[in-house]
Ligand binder design. Structure first.
Ligand SMILES: *[C@@H]1O[C@H](CO)[C@@H](O)[C@H](O)[C@H]1NC(C)=O
Ligand SMILES: *[C@@H]1O[C@H](CO)[C@@H](O)[C@H](O)[C@H]1NC(C)=O
Ligand SMILES: *[C@@H]1O[C@H](CO)[C@@H](O)[C@H](O)[C@H]1NC(C)=O
Length: 244
């Protein structure tokens, strides 16, 4: 892993040399950001690359939209780092197809909800849920600027509510993404997952390091829990760090 990092860094240095960059410059376009995520190996599939290319992060994050770091979006909330969005979409992509139904809990800026919606369009539906009304209104404005057809076609719906309870009126879901850490796996979310569906959620003690879990519903009574060791959320600072 360390060796790979060093090789990556070396490759980056070579790219800088050849592009005659006088300083370490951050990504300045959405396309630059996509290139960075591919080079880093978090963006793997063409489908996720296409969707992240279509959704311009500048419409969702006022500050440094193309930097691979979480950013403040007001209301005491953050938009996750782009690599976290890429990881989530890669994990969920086989459950996000034309006609499938998804739930994005802690939808925040609306960025990931919009990406998911493009993946389930035209016949699917994604519900974004967040508990702060002002944040939900802002996310609707963001999506209307970036992907207005998603509202017209009814593929996306943003609601105010307590995401820990899921969203029963539209259950059950093929894919559920949780963008905030939970101390343990919420039963409501497992209940609202279809058999064959997948849930992605950071689980762990508050104030500690949390592990991203992949929960697959095998039958109505059985789930498979897969801890994804590579990623941990550090909730107190709202930062996410790679611990692999
Ligand atoms: C999406 O699914 C519907 C229903 O199965 C189908 O009629 C439609 O052609 C599909 N659209 C695309 C773009 O795949
Ligand atoms: C927002 O989205 C629109 C439509 O995709 C795009 O033209 C625009 O460049 C994006 N960025 C900003 C900062 O408005
Ligand atoms: C799955 O369990 C729920 C209750 O948890 C029940 O309502 C439903 O009928 C069950 N479905 C099947 C296919 O057994």
């Amino acid at each position: 892993m360390l060796a790979m990092r060093i090789i990556n860094l070396f490759a980056l240095l070579i790219v800088c040399e050849f592009s005659n960059a006088s300083r370490w410059s951050p990504a300045v376009t959405n396309a630059d950001l996509i290139k960075h995520l591919k080079r880093r190996g978090v963006l793997k599939s063409e489908r996720v690359e296409n969707v992240m290319s279509l959704v311009d992060r500048a419409n969702y994050s006022k500050y440094n939209p193309y930097e691979d770091r979480p950013q403040s979006i007001g209301f005491g909330a953050t938009i996750s780092a782009p690599h976290m969005h890429a990881i989530a979409l890669e994990l969920l992509k086989d459950h996000l197809y034309n006609g499938s139904k998804a739930l994005d809990i802690g939808s925040g800026s609306g960025y990931l909800t919009a990406c998911m919606a493009l993946m389930v369009a035209p016949n699917g539906k994604v519900i974004g849920i967040d508990h702060i009304p002002g944040l939900v209104r802002q996310s609707i404005k963001n999506i209307e600027k970036d992907q207005p057809e998603l509202f017209k076609s009814g593929v996306i719906r943003m609601v105010v509510g307590d995401g820990r309870l899921g969203y029963l009126p539209e259950a059950k879901y093929d894919a559920i993404h949780v963008g905030a850490a939970a101390p343990k796996l919420p039963k409501h979310l497992v209940d609202q997952l279809k058999v064959g569906g997948r849930l992605i959620i950071p689980i762990g003690r508050e104030g500690g390091i949390q592990t991203l879990y992949q929960i697959d519903k095998i039958t109505n009574e059985t789930i498979e829990r897969t801890p994804l060791h590579g990623v941990a959320f550090v909730p107190l600072t709202d930062k996410e760090s790679q611990v692999a």
